[in-house]
Structures are given as structure tokens and as C-alpha cells.
Design a protein around this ligand. Structure first.
Ligand SMILES: [Zn+2]
Length: 541
């Protein structure tokens, strides 16, 4: 658990070198003691450019930190960036250096850390390191930074309460020992949805004899990549499909028959927050399934044996894990809750050369989340100009788009990869530049950093790349925010159209993705020693 100092733990006194001016934020001591009692180790991660600017000395700063510990209790690590923006260091937030350093000193990795801060720089540093970020805004936090945050809390005690609640929610409920039989897991929508359900399916698999997955045709290829799935039943569910056909009684009888033949002991229905689990629960009852678990805000009557409820804003993988936990299933020790694929993923095509290229995936099956084609062309050109090797990927439907994008500097793989081959291409990438769509989750499964061109039609905190170094770009306040629109309702697709290709290049630098050495030499541009330009603004501290 990492915390920013000024404005988060203590009131922000600009360039403070005086211990007498230390004022903890309300409730800080009790909140931190809750975390300590829960066994969490605490670190402070703070920009102190006052050192570089000569506003206070290092010993004055240490006196301030001693006073903070006197008032708030001990911290397990203090990570301080003494530099100014002009120093171009790798530690000054929004760079992720301090977050990595704090994690290492705590004996862990950034993806297992939660970071709480009060400005966009704190959030950006945490996300760029792959940590979870919580923003506790103050009256001076910029509205754009509030809108872009994956997770908002009203104050520090509120942030701590929700962090502990989410941690507790994925621990399996204690109860009578589970029947280890055949468990049906369901996720009936697209590839990305299936991928983010992977951790929960691994949890179920750890407690079941056999896991059968029911998925739709658009999720089939992703289901085949998931560890823990023993068999797949593919069937289109018309109440989930975005372009649904009519409900055909014969088709429903067919599905019920297929489900009955599986002799299911228990079913766990995973859904997104705007989908209903109840129509399938009814069919499962008709198929004789004795125990059905699902998330449902709607009253389920006797359709569910376990009705689970989750507050909004929880990342999809954790939302699903909390349902599995409520049903008694938890990830085995050592299995982190991140996304993961079966190990036997294909090798990248040989003509891609050495790993380290940048994958640019401009399209999406949902148009409102796709990168505007004209912008994708400019991004490809900027990446190539900056010395990156660009590989452009897309579905067979997107060939025209990928050809146009690759035409300005890149290798066109549009329509030439199935999902498994795409996964292999992404596995060899230094980073992936992509909207809110399936390949972002493939990247997360390999720990490949993501530059997320994120249309705010759904919450970033729920659908952003999970536990992987990420830079979020795009206007989080655009008119399409929280509309779940499939086609952008705002002329000109402004949430993404306004992205500057230079910000994509800068995002790769922040993520530590080097330009291709060969191209770099010929271009005469080196990735090292470049000046840090803050992508997120933030205060001057
Ligand atoms: Zn620094």
C-alpha cells in the first residue's frame, strides 16, 4: 500500500521544510492503523522538487518525515524524488520509478501494490508501474484528472475502507466443503469479456473436478486460451448478444438439452454489470442444475441459490473473482489474480524479427471504442519517426484500415491472425497501443505495457487494462462518458480524436519501452536522456 505525502497523508504546505507545519489529513492515523492491522506494509512515494530547487535541505525533509511518523505511525519505506521536471529523471511522478522502487523495498512487485494520491501524477505513476491507483481529490485537483481516475474515494479513510473491502471480497467464503463436481462457468459475450473472467475461472477450476465453459461465438477463441477450462459449450444467448436475433423456442430447448446432458453440479454465471444473469438461470433450472450462483441486482426469486451483489467501479476481473469467492472458490496460493493464458501460445511469426516491436491495434468490434483511422495513421507515422518498429493488427474486417495505417510506417498483419496468433504477436511486443478492446487484455495477460486509447463509454476503473503497466490517453470528460454507446454519440469522436500522436510516443517513454536499436542508430535519436515532459500536468511540487 503506497501513499503520496502532500495532500494525501498530510495537508499540502508547498515546499515544507518545517516539522511544526505537519498536519495530517482527518482520520489518517486510524485509517493507516487499519491497514497495518490487516497486515499490509506501507510506503510513502513523494515528489520533493524543493530539494532540487533549494527550498529546504535533506535534513529538514528528514525532520518533516520524522514528525509524520510521530503523528501517523511508522512506514516501511520512504521513496523520495529529489529532482525537478527539468532533470529528466525516471523517478519523478508521473514516471513509475518510485513505485517500482517502493515495491522492491517492500519485497514485492508494483502489480501487487495499491497507490493512493491526490493528483493525476500519482495516478499516472501508479498505472505506469502496473499498480492499482486510487485518487482522493482535494479542492485543487484538476477536474480532468478526477474524471480520468480509475478509482475515486472521498477521503483517505474511505479509500482504505474500500481497499480492505475489495481485498476481503475475493477471499472465499468459509462454509461447508464444496461439492467437487462438474461446474459450469458462463461468460456469453466477446473475447475481452471472456479474458477478464479468466482469474475467476482459474479460481473455480482450483475447486472443481471439471470446468465446462458456456460462451458465445464471439468469445469462443478467447475461451480456448484460458487455463482451467476443460470443455467448451458454444451457444448464442440472445439476451446478451448486442445484435440479437429473435428468441427461438427450438434453439432454447436445444440449449437446455445440451446443459442437462452435462450433469452439472453447480453453475456460476459471470456477467457484466449491465447484463442479467436471470434468463440463463431459468434455463439452468429447467436443465436440472441444483445450484446456481450469479450477480444480480434484480430480485432472483428461486432462480439463484447464491445471489451476489457488487458495488459499481470494481475491475471486471475482481468483480468476477468476488462471485467465485462468494460461491466458495478462491485462487490457489501463488496464483496472482492477474490475467493469464494457457502456456502453449503460438510463437510470433518469424518475419516479425526480434521481440520489442510496438503493436498498434486501431480497430474494435465496438466502433465507439476504436481509434479514429486518421489518428491511427498519424500515430503509426509518429512511432516510426521516433524509431519504433510498428506492427499493425486487426481482424479480417479491418484489413482496409490496417493497410492504411501500416502504409505510413509499419508491418500490416490485419486479417492474418486468429486470436491465438494475435496473442503470440502481442507476447513479443514491447508495448501495445490499443483502445478498450480484446487485445488490451491479451497484453495484460503477458505483462506487456499498454498505451490505452480509452473511450470513456464505460468506466476505466472497470475495463481498463488490469494489473499491467498502462498509460491512459483520451478525454475522460467527453460527451460519450458512461453512455455504453456502441457508436459514438458525439460528432467527431472527440474522446479519442483529440489525442496527440506525440503523447503516444511520450507514453512509451514513460513505460520504459525503448525504440528499436537498429532504427534508432539510423535515425540518430536515442531513447535515453530524453527530457521528461509531463503528460498529465499536475501541481508543480
Ligand atoms: Zn527523480
Amino acid at each position: 500500500m503506497l501513499l503520496d505525502r502532500d495532500g494525501t497523508l498530510v495537508e499540502d504546505v508547498p515546499f515544507n521544510g518545517d516539522p511544526e507545519k505537519v498536519r495530517p489529513v482527518p482520520g489518517a492515523r486510524a485509517a493507516l492503523d487499519r491497514l497495518r492491522a490487516a497486515g499490509l506494509r506501507l510506503g510513502v512515494v513523494t515528489n520533493q522538487s524543493g530539494l532540487a530547487r533549494g527550498y529546504f535541505t535533506e535534513s529538514q525533509m528528514h525532520a518533516v518525515h520524522a514528525r509524520i511518523e510521530q503523528l501517523l505511525g511508522p512506514f516501511d519505506t520512504w521513496q523520495v524524488c529529489p529532482h525537478d521536471d527539468s532533470d529528466g529523471c525516471g523517478c519523478r511522478k508521473p514516471a513509475p520509478g518510485l513505485v517500482h522502487a517502493a515495491a522492491a523495498e517492500l519485497g514485492t512487485v508494483a502489480t501487487r501494490c495499491v497507490m493512493v494520491g491526490d493528483i493525476g501524477r500519482d495516478v499516472s505513476a501508479a498505472l505506469a508501474a502496473g499498480a492499482t491507483a486510487v485518487l482522493v481529490p482535494t479542492p485543487v485537483t484538476r477536474p480532468q484528472e478526477v474524471a480520468a481516475a480509475p478509482w475515486l474515494a472521498a477521503d483517505l479513510p474511505g479509500a482504505v475502507a474500500e481497499i480492505l473491502r475489495r481485498q476481503h471480497a475475493v477471499i472465499p467464503a468459509a462454509g461447508p466443503s464444496r461439492t467437487r463436481g462438474t461446474v459450469l462457468v458462463v461468460r456469453a459475450d466477446s473475447a475481452g469479456d471472456v479474458l477478464v473472467t479468466g482469474p475467476a475461472i482459474r479460481a473455480v477450476a482450483a475447486g472443481a473436478d471439471r470446468v465446462v465453459m458456456l460462451c458465445g461465438p464471439r468469445g469462443r477463441a478467447a475461451a480456448e486460451l484460458l487455463p482451467g477450462v476443460d470443455a467448451i459449450v458454444e451457444h448464442r444467448l440472445p439476451w446478451i448478444d448486442p445484435t440479437p436475433g429473435p428468441v427461438d423456442p427450438a434453439d432454447m430447448h436445444d440449449l437446455t438439452g445440451r446443459l442437462a446432458a452435462l450433469r452439472i453440479d453447480e453453475a456460476v454465471i459471470f456477467t457484466s454489470y449491465h447484463q442479467s444473469s436471470l434468463p440463463l438461470a431459468l434455463l439452468l433450472r429447467l436443465a436440472g442444475v441444483p445450484r446456481v450462483a450469479a450477480i444480480s441486482d434484480d430480485y432472483p426469486g428461486s432462480l439463484l441459490d447464491l445471489r451476489h451483489r457488487v458495488p459499481t467501479g470494481v475491475p471486471e476481473p475482481e468483480r468476477a473473482l468476488s462471485l467465485a469467492a462468494a460461491a466458495g472458490y478462491g485462487l490457489p496460493t501463488g496464483d496472482e489474480p492477474g490475467l493469464r493464458l494457457r502456456p502453449e501460445v503460438h510463437r510470433p511469426p518469424a518475419r516479425l524479427g526480434t521481440p520489442g516491436y510496438v503493436v498498434l491495434h486501431p480497430g474494435s468490434s465496438v466502433p465507439s471504442r476504436a481509434c479514429p483511422p486518421e489518428l491511427a495513421v498519424r500515430i503509426a507515422r509518429s512511432l516510426a519517426d521516433a524509431g519504433h518498429r510498428v506492427v499493425v493488427t486487426g481482424t479480417p474486417d479491418e484489413r482496409e484500415l490496417t493497410a492504411a495505417v501500416a502504409g505510413s510506417g509499419g508491418l500490416d498483419l490485419g486479417g492474418r491472425t486468429g486470436l491465438a496468433e494475435l496473442a503470440a504477436v502481442i507476447a513479443g511486443a514491447g508495448a501495445v497501443v490499443v483502445g478498450n478492446t480484446g487485445p488490451a487484455h491479451l497484453a495484460a495477460a503477458f505483462g506487456v505495457p499498454v498505451v490505452s486509447l480509452f473511450a470513456p463509454t464505460v468506466p476505466f476503473g472497470q475495463w481498463g487494462p488490469y494489473r499491467v503497466p498502462t498509460v491512459r490517453l483520451g478525454d475522460a470528460t467527453a460527451g460519450c462518458r458512461d453512455t455504453r454507446a456502441a457508436a459514438c454519440p458525439v460528432p467527431g469522436h472527440p474522446c479519442l480524436a483529440g489525442i496527440d500522436p506525440a503523447d503516444v510516443v511520450e507514453a512509451l517513454r514513460l513505460l520504459g519501452v525503448p525504440a528499436d536499436p537498429v532504427r534508432t542508430v539510423s535515425a540518430g535519436v536515442g531513447p535515453a536522456g530524453a527530457t521528461v515532459v509531463s503528460a498529465s500536468g499536475g501541481s508543480g511540487r
